[in-house]
Write a protein that binds this ligand. Structure first.
Ligand SMILES: C[S@@+](CC[C@H](N)C(=O)[O-])C[C@H]1O[C@@H](n2cnc3c(N)ncnc32)[C@H](O)[C@@H]1O
Length: 212
C-alpha cells in the first residue's frame, strides 16, 4: 500500500522548507544505502512536521523512544529551549552509531543525549518531567510505554506516537500482533480522559495526545 501519491509528496516537499536540509538529506541517503529497513526513518515531510510541532511547543525536555539513525531526534531537537535536552533511547548499537555521527555533525550535539538499551528499563532511570514525547520504538509495547510515561508528562505536554495506522492494518482489524496492539493503543488513548487526542493520517499515522 502506497502511503501517499508520489506527485503529491513531491509537490508537498517542494513547498516545505527544511532546517539543516543538506545534513538531513545526507542522513536519509546514508540510511537508505547502508542501513537495514530504511523505511523506518521519519523522512522529509514527517521530520519537518515533528520539527514544527517542537518549535510551537518550545520544550525543555523531550523523550524519544526509537532513535534509529537519528533523523527524528535532530528534527525534534530544533524547537528545544536554550539549555533544553532531548533524551533518545534505542536498543540497536549499530544504528545508534550512525545517529551519533549525524548528531555530532549537526549543531545539536550538546542537547541530544543518547541511551542504548531496552526502553522499558531506561525510561524509569531518567527521572524527568517531559514536555514532548515521541513514541517510535517497538509497536507492540506502545500501550505499556504510554502508561509508564504519562504520569511524567507535564500538564499541556504533547505525546506523539508514530505508525498507529500500520499501513491501514490497525483500521481493518487485522489480526497480526502489531496491528492488534496498535488498534488497542488507539482505542485506549481515545477513551482516556487524561488526554485530548487526534489521529492524523500523515504517512503511517501519527497519534497526537495532549495531556490535560
Ligand atoms: C521506526 S525506528 C525509529 C525511527 C526514528 N524515530 C526516525 O524517525 O528516524 C524504531 C527503532 O526502535 C528501536 N527499538 C525497537 N524496540 C526497542 C526497545 N525495546 N527498546 C529500545 N529501542 C527499541 C529499533 O532498534 C529501531 O531503531
Amino acid at each position: 500500500m502506497k502511503l501517499i501519491e508520489e506527485y503529491i509528496e513531491k509537490y508537498s516537499k517542494e513547498h516545505t522548507r527544511v532546517y539543516d536540509a543538506d545534513l538531513l538529506l545526507e542522513l536519509e541517503r546514508k540510511t537508505h544505502l547502508e542501513v537495514m529497513r530504511p523505511q523506518m526513518l521519519s523522512g522529509y515531510l514527517q521530520g519537518q512536521f515533528l520539527s514544527f510541532l517542537s518549535q510551537m511547543k518550545c520544550p525543555d525536555r523531550i523523550l524519544e523512544l526509537g532513535t534509529y539513525t537519528g533523523y527524528s531526534a535532530i528534527c525534534l531537537s530544533i524547537g528545544l529551549q536554550k539549555g533544553g535536552k532531548l533524551h533518545t533511547i534505542d536498543i540497536n548499537t549499530e544504528t545508534s552509531e550512525v545517529a551519533s555521527e549525524y548528531i555530532q555533525k549537526s549543531d545539536r550535539g550538546d542537547c541530544i543525549i543518547q541511551h542504548i538499551g531496552e526502553a522499558m528499563s531506561i525510561i524509569p532511570e531518567l527521572k524527568e518531567q517531559w514536555d514532548l514525547v515521541f513514541l517510535d520504538a517497538d509497536k507492540i509495547n506502545y500501550s505499556k510505554y504510554y502508561d509508564l510515561i504519562l504520569p511524567d508528562v507535564k500538564p499541556g505536554g504533547l505525546i506523539i506516537a508514530d505508525n498507529v495506522l500500520w499501513n491501514g492494518a490497525a483500521a481493518k482489524g487485522n489480526p497480526e500482533k502489531r496491528a492488534k496492539a496498535l488498534a488497542a493503543f488507539n482505542k485506549k488513548v481515545t477513551s482516556d480522559n487524561r488526554v485530548k487526542n487526534i489521529l492524523l493520517p500523515l504517512r503511517d499515522g501519527l497519534m497526537l495526545m495532549l495531556k490535560k
